[in-house]
Design a protein around this ligand. Structure first.
Ligand code: ARG
Length: 291
């Protein structure tokens, strides 16, 4: 047999491999939903006339915390406070980049006192650079770190003037994005970062949550982004947490999970149905401590 080996055709039968996704160990701050309930409505998800099962919320939250620990991450805890039913949403209480902390200033009077409890936690845990905002700033709810730039949402909660304040306090470039759909009142329910260590960060988002101009900004910055469907967004599927390989997301976000798997990520579904009654998901319960 002098037949030449048909290398070309052998190669063409192999599907292009998804890139290798490397996890990095993370440190998170969380708050047990001991006093979780829905007794005021500050977003369209909240309906105080609907029953909330606090025990079930605690069980779901515990499973989320255990999931992070199983994945090798560290979870720090802050004490929950009575009369602050939304304190479980740690992501809203601070933005930490390179050990610098920008605290929160909540839009609603109901949540306002949370900011001081979190500020104290930072100070008591050795953070030297803690700045409190002078403008409404719901922290990682609206401020999303991609690894190179800070995406900053506005429209419902965080004041656009807080974006400039964040740039000055944290020393990172800020890009403002306009949110237009009240169901997606925070940036972190419309977009999340899949890979913040790559030279070109990779994100997933739901375009309809953004103004036309902001959509064009996102297209320009992230031409290869994962685009979520309406169903993925409507279960708060974009309120997900990625370590660069594992992506913890609501179990209902099945289309998103399939897209992530195609891109080489490992989707880890969790049940957050009780916590969703307040308009939050896994990411809302999780502040990343980027020390
Ligand atoms: N009930 C809370 C609020 O409306 C939910 C916050 C969700 N947190 C988040 N990071 N999106 O303020």
């Amino acid at each position: 047999g002098d037949e030449p080996i048909a290398l070309d055709s052998a190669v063409s039968l192999v599907a292009p491999a998804a890139p290798v996704r490397v996890p990095t160990q993370r440190r998170y701050l969380m708050c047990r939903p001991t006093h979780f309930t829905v007794r005021y409505a500050i977003n369209p998800w909240m309906d105080p006339s609907q029953p909330v099962d606090t025990e079930r919320a605690v069980a779901q939250w515990t499973e989320l915390r255990d999931t992070y620990e199983r994945l090798g991450h560290t979870v720090e805890l802050i004490d929950p406070q009575p009369d602050l039913p939304d304190m479980v949403f740690a992501a809203n209480a601070g933005t930490v980049i390179g050990g610098r902390v920008l605290g929160a200033r909540f839009r609603s009077t109901e949540r306002a006192p949370e900011a001081e409890f979190y500020r104290r936690w930072f100070v008591e845990h050795g953070y030297r650079d803690v700045i409190m905002p002078t403008r409404t700033n719901e922290a990682e709810g609206d401020l999303v770190w991609t690894g190179t730039v800070l995406l900053a949402g506005t429209g419902f909660r965080t004041d656009p003037a807080a974006h400039a304040e964040a740039q000055e306090a944290l020393g990172v470039p800020v890009i403002s994005l306009q949110l237009v759909d009240p169901r997606y009142y925070h940036l972190d329910v419309a977009l999340f970062v899949l890979d913040d260590r790559a030279a070109r960060p990779l994100v997933a988002y739901y375009p309809e949550a953004f103004s036309p101009g902001s959509r064009r900004v996102l297209q320009r910055l992230f031409p290869d982004a994962v685009i979520a469907t309406e169903a993925d967004a409507a279960c708060l599927g974009l309120n997900a947490v990625s370590d660069g390989h594992h992506v913890v997301l609501p179990v209902e976000a099945t289309n998103l999970a399939a897209q992530l798997a195609d891109r080489g990520f490992d989707p880890i579904p969790v049940d957050i149905s009780e916590i969703r009654k307040s308009g939050g998901g896994p990411k809302c319960c999780t502040m990343e401590l980027r020390d």
